[in-house]
Design a binder for this molecule. Structure first.
Ligand code: MF3
Ligand code: CO
Length: 251
């Protein structure tokens, strides 16, 4: 079932989104060589607690951590761990914040130390792909319009789009209907309606889009060792256009 959220629910999710965005900004300051993703995860858990929120991912389907931390060729659902990050690593930190029952979900890819040209391009294209998708999240558009915009742009830039994981509706629970694929045909799929809250979260690969599952049964990584980047926002479809609940720009 696809639900449309009330203005009260949206206001609650917006508060969670603001906190999540501020948490990402704190993570950016801490992403340095020698730091571990376990330390980042501990920081996030403490930060959320301090602000009266909880990490919704912890305990979700048995997942053990506050964040997903996916390094280099890991596509998503990487486990935070004790290995020290080194200059040049790219790390996607993904989390869902629960603040008084309102949820928000946002992932961001960070570079450890300065980015070389190739890395900067991958990250720039992935972020732009997200915003190109968000632009299409308009009342009356179809879900395929979002994926089509993302896919055509990312492929034109020489990258591939992961097909095994999609964006999703979000509300009282992390994953709700509908799926939001980051590929597809314009004009196809379900029509977007006012009050739908969804995530758009393209995972963009340097090489093949195919993924393989690690033996931990959570972490997906590229089959060819190419790197994968991801940016994710939670957005509301409104009559005035897409409203980003997890924006880091105005805080
Ligand atoms: N934040 C993830 C997403 O964007 C949800 C991961 S669920 C977890 O869909 F259990 F793996 F954390
Ligand atoms: Co997420």
């Amino acid at each position: 079932m696809i639900t449309r959220k009330s203005s009260r629910e949206i206001a609650m999710m917006q508060e969670a989104g603001k906190l999540l965005a501020s948490c990402h900004k704190e993570i950016a300051k801490r992403m340095k060589p020698g730091v571990t993703t376990k330390q980042i995860d501990d920081f996030v858990e403490g930060y959320l607690k301090k602000h009266g929120a909880t990490p919704e991912q912890k305990g979700y389907n048995g997942y053990q951590f506050a964040t997903c931390a996916s390094i280099n060729d890991e596509i998503c659902h990487g486990f935070p761990r004790d290995e020290k990050l080194v200059e040049g690593d790219i790390v996607t930190i993904d989390m869902v914040v629960n603040l008084n029952g309102g949820l928000a979900d946002s992932a961001w890819t960070y570079v450890v130390g300065p980015a070389d040209e190739k890395t900067a391009h991958l990250l720039e294209v992935t972020k732009s792909a997200l915003y190109k998708g968000i632009e299409k999240a308009q009342v009356g558009n179809r879900i395929g319009d979002i994926g089509h915009a993302i896919q055509t742009y990312a492929e034109k830039e020489g990258y591939s789009v992961v097909k095994d994981f999609t964006g999703h509706g979000i509300g009282p629970t992390i994953h709700e209907e509908p799926h939001i694929p980051h590929y597809g045909e314009a004009g196809k799929g379900l029509r977007l309606k006012e009050g739908m809250v969804v995530t758009i979260e393209p995972m963009i690969n340097e090489g093949s889009w195919h993924s393989q599952m690690d033996s931990n049964n959570w972490t997906a990584r590229t089959v060819d060792g190419g790197r994968s980047a991801q940016y994710e926002h939670t957005i509301v479809v409104t009559k005035e256009g897409p409203m980003i609940l997890t924006s880091q720009d105005e805080i």
